[in-house]
Design a protein around this ligand. Structure first.
Ligand SMILES: Cc1cc2nc3c(=O)[nH]c(=O)nc-3n(C[C@H](O)[C@H](O)[C@H](O)COP(=O)(O)OP(=O)(O)OC[C@H]3O[C@@H](n4cnc5c(N)ncnc54)[C@H](O)[C@@H]3O)c2cc1C
Length: 359
């Protein structure tokens, strides 16, 4: 276990906020965690406690006064006897992955071995432990579709607990670890069910088109996990800023889910502006509610490509706020966040909530 005080966090968050924490601890095993919490040593450390992964969904709003924990538990291990054949005879392979493993390293591991499951989630920054907390999602697949069990360390009882997928109560970018159990459980590993024969999830039209194009370019008849992964990585690279080049935390706001009457007003606005044939992008969220892409609402308010000082709105994806120069402060990001959400409220009467966790 490595411990340091007044630790610099500027390379531990993808927004590149120049902040520090009073104490930083990195551990390498469940045994180290158990030894630490059962010895009572945690009572000597600055509070509050925060567990981070790659810091790709966080906005540090100031120096953190407490102790930051980070997992160094990194492994990808197939589980013996954990799989079974599905109806088509294709094999199911169970694999356990340490929480500190880079999520995309696991996606690459699966693709190299021809295993289907997380290929549509390729390229999402961050670590496997946080992916379990966030229920990450992209291109029609969510973490919950691939995972079977989450193993955790309970800091209250100092014991190990395994959650089934149902017990995790997964929803849209949500889980029990963000709600009732927040702060109590440290995710230490996750068990996934992969398939050697399931085939691709091509529900998103443009992904299907891009996969077909790649097949014809490669003179391949049917897609492999590796081909789908490379198509997904290509799409992502063309749309999203690389945090290594421009600080950001991905989608800054959640897509609002509104009662149909609100959507009707948005549609009326759009049709009177762009003509009766114009279709507002939206998804039926059930029970009379509609999900509207926050990116569309933000674009309508004129923010796409906007810059101000060190911050800005990414020109290719208005849902992404960026640390343009690398020198942005938390206050600059927060001021831009407020201006954007106020403008959406003024134009559409719809409130935007941040997807990025403010610390
Ligand atoms: C360019 C870019 C693109 C992105 N694209 C997507 C996308 O397509 N889909 C998507 O869903 N997200 C996306 N994200 C958001 C982000 O990558 C995910 O939310 C990711 O899962 C965060 O992982 P992290 O390791 O960086 O976690 P962090 O941001 O460090 O932490 C996220 C949360 O998990 C908790 N946590 C972390 N590790 C543990 C642990 N071991 N035990 C318990 N709690 C823990 C933290 O306390 C925090 O609440 C994107 C981000 C960027 C920068």
């Amino acid at each position: 276990m490595k411990k340091s005080f007044n630790h610099d966090l500027s390379t531990s968050n993808t927004f590149r906020m120049n902040v520090s924490c009073a104490c930083y601890i990195e551990y390498d095993s469940v045994e180290e965690l158990a030894d630490f919490f059962s010895s009572g040593r945690q009572f000597d450390l600055p509070r509050p406690f925060l567990h981070i992964g790659g810091g790709s969904n966080l906005l540090f709003t100031k120096d953190f006064p407490g102790t930051v924990f980070h997992s160094g538990i990194r492994f990808v291990s197939p589980l013996e006897g954990g799989g079974q054949a599905d109806a088509s005879g294709a094999g199911e392979v169970m694999v356990e992955v340490g929480a500190g493993t880079r999520w995309d390293d696991f996606c690459g591991w699966c693709a190299e071995r021809g295993l289907w499951g997380p290929e549509n989630l390729s390229g999402i920054p961050g670590e496997t432990g946080a992916a379990a907390v966030q229920n990450i999602g992209a291109y029609g697949t969510e973490f919950k579709d691939v995972v079977r069990k989450i193993r955790c360390f309970d800091v209250v009882t100092c014991s190990v607990k395994t959650f089934s997928r149902d017990e995790c109560r997964y929803g849209y970018r949500d889980s029990i670890f963000k709600q009732a159990a927040k702060g109590r459980y440290i995710v230490t590993s996750a068990v996934f069910a992969l398939s050697s024969g399931a085939g691709p999830q091509l529900g998103y039209g443009h992904v299907k088109d891009a996969v077909e194009k790649a097949l014809s370019e490669n003179r391949q008849e049917s897609p492999t996990p590796e081909l789908v992964r490379s198509v997904i990585l290509g799409i992502r690279n063309s749309k999203l800023p690389d945090p290594a080049e421009m600080g950001n935390a991905g989608s800054f706001f959640k897509n609002p889910v509104v009662p149909k009457v609100f959507y009707d007003k948005v549609e009326h606005y759009a049709k009177s502006k762009y003509g009766q044939d114009y279709e507002v992008p939206h998804f039926d969220a059930g029970s009379g509610f509609i999900k509207i892409p926050a990116a569309w609402l933000i674009e309508q308010c004129g923010w796409k490509g906007y810059t101000e000082g060190n911050v800005g709105v990414y020109a290719k994806q208005p849902l992404v706020l960026v640390n343009r120069t690398g020198a942005a402060t938390p206050d600059e990001i927060i001021a831009l966040e407020k201006k954007i959400s106020d403008s959406v409220m003024n134009l559409f009467g719809i409130g935007l909530n941040p997807e990025v966790e403010h610390i």
